[in-house]
Design a protein around this ligand. Sequence first.
Ligand SMILES: [Zn+2]
Ligand SMILES: [Zn+2]
Length: 256
Amino acid sequence: MDMKVCVLGSSSDGNATLLWTRSTKILIDAGFSGKEMERRLRNIGIDPCDLKGIVLSHEHSDHTRGAGVLSRRYEIPVYANHTTFQKLRYIGEVWERRHFDSHKDFKIKEFNITPLVVPHDASEPNAFVIRCNGKKVTIATDMGVYTETFIEQAQNSNLIIIESNYDKNMLLSGFYPPPLKERILSDFGHLSNSAAAKTLRQVIGTSTRHVLLAHISQNNNTPDLAKEAANKHLKDFEGVSVGLTHPFKCSEIIKI
Ligand SMILES: [Zn+2]
Ligand SMILES: [Zn+2]
């Protein structure tokens, strides 16, 4: 049975990724308003009623904004670790809370989800390695620097969605105030284009066919620069297609 993946949108304005099989649909993050989440789902022919879970990576609003509305409106359980839930009061009540432990796998129907704690300036941010029907997808949208555990777990995923947040020169010469620049550059900020590409070099394996570059800054990066850096560092990896995610529209739908 195929698994399909579509990044419904990705940038500091909002992030959400849909994974689905014939019988189960789940969201990783729901960072657009409820209305916008519904619109993007319907655009690719998905009825929000069919969602079996919303899994949240961390409390930042660009990952959680629409989770409360969707959960209440369509009676969808929300999954997050304990510390993330504590910080999430502003999304309001959810239909059902399901806590996961950041060091333990959990399941939503046929999806097996491995949360990984990653360095980022949130309470207990997670990347996810998701296995389904023998296939593996890694989603790491906010990560200041990779960890050894991340490299081990993400190794040889069929699809890797990774942030390629900023071009270092654009960030340094850009208009952001120095403390914000420092935050982004730090190990608890975001991955630059070249850091993303170097991380990819360590996790791509013989089963890896697809890479999607995510969370591309609209102020400190361009899609072309992100792709150029990835292609430059990955030119010796054959058979891996590097695609983009977009702030305002869905990515291509990837079948795995
Ligand atoms: Zn983010
Ligand atoms: Zn974040």
